[in-house]
Design a binder for this molecule. Structure first.
Ligand code: SF4
Ligand code: FE
Length: 483
């Protein structure tokens, strides 16, 4: 079954017995949990849209491995056109869910592991690439959602993995057996992990010889013995338990992150993609980060489109759509959002072929893209809050709106223009609240800062890739400086 329907995806996740901890309770599936279900719905959209003829070209593609039609989220990019379509698909998905739809992390991991395993094998004669290609056949044929897991807890940031007082602060190999390895450690902030069939683990930093046991990449099913997830809290998450829809802002969709623990998980040989070749850890990290920094030039732009639309609606409902300062703020939001998109498209268009044959983005431009993402969504959110007005955070609850005594007062005094109901006005304000301060703010604001690496990580890459010496030469030539 190369392409699952949304319904089949939900059924496939429902069949997996997971170990999930949420708000002090142990559950075995996200499917019927009111806090987790919206995040599952977001991933489902990656399957639903792939079924629609109008999105066929964006959401599906011919597999480079089997020639079959597959979901683009499972694809190994074959051209710069593929890279551009990836960004367009992510913008579309952001528009359709107004949240993090989670499936990109796996897609970015596939492409980074594909090229890195090729180069590792070339140097060491290992069979990681063959392992990985076989794994990708399973991913594509089963249309799996795979969580890409990179970020270790990291303990004391001033110490390397092997120098930590607790050796598990970075995920590591604790046992090497003839049939595989046993790993222990954790991966933090795992986007979409409880909505995934599998997890693909990568190291989180470049490593030295003494960190050999930490240079490890592999994939295991989400119900592998010893793997457990502890779900992160999101601002306003318990509003989803109240039963109503209005106060949630985005009642259908959401994102999810979890601290994922690998408590002596066994990995069979054929699922190992790196195990001790420390010099390739850095390459894997750099490539994954590059792809994921490109991704933000698509997903955050799509969510930004919804936020800009919501801010414009709020202004309409207040009766001020033609005020010059309102128009100017909306123009500024569009300008910032499209600048992010331009970066996502540019790093894709300037992509190139790796030794393994797949395509990678231009790393400098992808890092510039993500660096802008650490800033512009904050300004877009600030302008949206400006246009929304204070009612966005002082509006009474849905229950008050429905109350026999309080309700009519809420209706009467919180009304904007005549032609729009108070309820609709409140809906749009709650959506803005959700995107800037509520559950979706994880994906739109703080993830813009820290997701795919915190700002300093991009600045390091920009300084490495920026070619300052070449720029100095240019200046010297123009100024006729001879030394
Ligand atoms: Fe995809 Fe964006 Fe979520 Fe990352 S943050 S998984 S790129 S939607
Ligand atoms: Fe992310």
């Amino acid at each position: 079954m190369a392409l699952m329907t949304g319904e089949q995806y939900i059924e496939s996740i429902a069949k997996i017995k997971m170990e999930i901890y949420i708000m002090g309770e142990k559950i075995d599936s996200p499917v019927n949990n009111p806090i987790l279900r919206p995040s599952l719905n977001s991933v489902r959209m990656t399957y639903d849209l792939a079924q629609k003829p109008e999105y066929e070209d964006l959401m599906t593609v011919k597999s480079s491995i089997t020639g079959n039609k597959i979901n683009r989220f499972c694809h190994i990019h074959q051209s710069t056109e593929d890279l551009i379509k990836k960004v367009k698909m992510q913008r579309l998905m952001g528009q359709a869910t107004a949240s993090c739809f989670q499936r990109c992390v796996g897609m970015d991991a596939f492409n980074a592991v594909f090229s890195t395993t090729y180069e590792t094998d070339k140097k060491y004669g290992t069979s990681y690439h063959k392992n990985f290609v076989e794994y990708m056949k399973l991913v594509e044929e089963n249309d799996w959602t795979v969580d890409g897991a990179m970020t270790d807890p990291k303990g004391d940031r001033g110490l390397s993995p092997s120098q930590q007082s607790d050796p598990d602060m970075y995920l590591r190999i604790v046992e090497r057996r003839p049939d595989g390895i046993v790993v222990r450690g954790a991966k933090a902030h795992q986007t979409g992990i409880c909505n995934s069939h599998e997890v693909l683990v990568m190291p989180t930093i470049a490593m030295r010889e003494e960190d050999k046991d930490y240079a490890v990449s592999f994939a295991v099913p989400i119900d592998a013995p010893g793997l457990l997830m502890i779900i992160g809290r999101q601002s306003c998450d318990t509003r989803k338990l109240e039963g109503g829809k209005l106060d949630v802002g985005n009642p259908e969709f959401g994102g999810v992150e979890a601290l994922t623990v690998f408590d002596d998980v066994f990995v069979p040989n054929e699922r190992i993609f790196l195990a001790g070749e420390t010099e390739f850890a850095g390459m894997l990290v750099e490539r994954f980060a590059g792809y994921h920094r490109q991704s933000y030039g698509g997903c955050k732009v799509g969510v930004g489109d919804v936020l800009i639309g919501a801010a414009a609606l709020a202004a309409d409902y207040n009766g001020v759509p033609r005020a010059s300062h309102v128009r100017d703020k909306l123009i500024e939001m569009i300008h910032l959002n499209e600048t992010l998109y331009s970066c996502g498209i540019a790093c894709s268009a300037e992509g190139y072929k790796t030794e393994s044959g797949n395509y990678i983005i231009d790393l400098l431009l992808a890092n510039v893209c993500k660096q802008n993402v650490t800033r512009f969504p904050y300004e877009i959110a600030r302008l949206a809050e400006d246009l929304a007005g204070g009612l966005m955070v002082t509006a009474p609850s849905e229950k008050d709106l429905r109350h026999p005594v309080a309700g009519p007062y809420v209706e009467k005094y919180l009304k904007g223009i005549d032609s729009v109901s108070t309820e609709n006005r409140l809906k749009v304000l709650r959506l803005i609240e959700n995107l800037t301060l509520g559950t979706a703010a994880v994906g739109y604001r703080t993830e813009s800062m820290h997701g795919a690496g915190s700002p300093q990580a991009q600045r390091i890459m920009i300084s490495r890739q920026g070619n300052l010496e070449q720029k100095k030469k240019l200046a010297k030539k123009i100024a006729h400086i001879e030394e």
